[in-house]
Design a binder for this molecule. Structure first.
Ligand code: PLP
Length: 375
């Protein structure tokens, strides 16, 4: 999180019915459309974590008993599926090995098999934060088109938005789901839905009960920069600052390139250490984080603890099926080459202290890569 964003949040809270607020609300709603790369859709902002935005996507578009297609890409794909089941949705959950993204071929064949077109939505996690695997959403869209299926496409962009290229209009995504605490460089507390006209249309007939999450309640007040209930005003001050940094100063393309380059340097270090990436398909490498297996017999939680205690460096834990086996390096948000080098030094020193068998020189390899490939 940049200090600038924190300073923007650190202000007296203003009246959320005032003209001053209307400008703030409008700046955030319009700015978020540009972050989602949509000019045709609407963006809704909730005072919630990402899970709330997941729920909003479901309750606004679906009815009890509806069928959807979801994918076991990792921990978050699994949690989203559980949420859908809790609402009485019938989920066709395509199994996965937690090392690959959504397979476009599987999407196409599942939809072709659905001759009666009962599947209402294809729901994918763009960047699986638990595995460091990024699904190829443009190809998922093409697969849906090839099958000629009318299902909605819903995409969780929580750890890709503002870090990895996500094109809401171009890929004709119907609901994009975001959260404030990752590429948007804010504390947790804002959830986003980017919504196509087709999804808005679907919401008119959807029968799951909803009130707090209802898009319909948002539409009118949003037109004037307002919200139907008390918004997270101070986080919106931060969001306006972050949007201006991402869009007007660095530019989204440069932000994506910066993360891509740092992710490449991270993988160069991992390869030099002789450790194994969780992600196996180079087309699916994540630019926002890298998940790495420790050799058998070395517990990831104990390793992370050594790194935290000795170097004050917080690594990501192994989640779900990867608990105990893999740790994660985050390289998203307000992150530069020196921060990355410091992070990799902490990991390399931690590997030594923890007695992991590995080859030294990962940091050197990453530095060499960064030096060779100027930003
Ligand atoms: N989806 C993804 C890809 C995530 O990374 C997360 C959280 O890390 C979530 C959903 C859930 O979001 P939250 O924890 O903000 O409710």
């Amino acid at each position: 999180m940049p200090d600038r964003v924190l300073r923007a949040i650190d202000r007296p809270t203003i009246d959320h019915r005032s003209q001053e607020f209307a400008q703030l609300g409008d700046d955030c709603l319009e700015g978020m459309k540009r972050v989602f790369q949509t000019s045709q859709g609407e963006v809704f902002i909730f005072p919630s974590s990402g899970t709330g935005a997941w729920e909003a996507a479901i309750v606004n578009t679906l009815s009890p008993g509806d069928r959807v297609l979801m994918f076991e890409t990792g921990h978050f794909g699994t949690l989203w599926q559980k949420l859908a089941l809790n609402f009485g949705i019938t989920v066709d959950f395509v199994p996965g090995d937690w090392r690959h993204g959504v397979q476009p071929e599987a999407v196409e064949s599942k939809l072709r098999d659905d001759g009666r077109q009962e599947i209402k939505a294809v729901m994918c996690v763009h960047n699986e934060t638990s595995t460091g695997v990024t699904s190829r959403i443009a190809e998922v869209r093409q697969a849906i088109d090839r099958a000629g299926h009318p299902a909605l496409l819903m995409v969780d962009t929580i750890s890709s938005l503002g870090s990895i290229d996500y094109r809401h209009d171009e890929w004709r995504v119907d609901v994009g789901i975001g959260g404030s605490q990752k590429g948007l460089m804010l504390p947790p507390g804002l959830g986003f839905n980017a919504v196509s006209q087709k999804a808005l249309e679907a919401s008119r007939g959807a029968r799951l009960p909803r009130s707090f999450w209802s898009w319909t309640e948002m539409v009118e007040p949003n037109k004037h920069g307002f919200f139907p209930y008390t918004p997270a005003t101070n986080l919106l001050f931060g969001l306006r600052e972050a949007i201006s940094m991402l869009l007007d100063e660095e530019g989204l393309d440069s932000v994506f390139k910066r993360h891509q380059r740092q992710a490449e340097a991270t993988r160069a270090a991992v390869n030099a250490w002789g450790l194994e990436l969780v992600c196996v398909d180079p087309r699916e490498y994540s630019s926002s984080l890298t998940a790495i297996f420790l050799p058998d017999g070395f517990d990831e939680a104990a390793f992370r603890n050594v790194v935290l205690e000795n170097f004050n460096l917080s690594l990501g834990s192994g989640l779900g099926k990867l608990k105990g086996r893999a740790f994660r390096i985050g390289h998203l948000g307000d992150f530069n080459d020196l921060m990355l080098c410091g992070t990799l030094c902490g990991v390399e020193m931690g590997l030594s202290r923890f007695g992991v068998p590995f080859k030294k020189g990962g940091v050197d390899t990453a530095m060499e890569y960064l030096g060779r490939r100027p930003s």
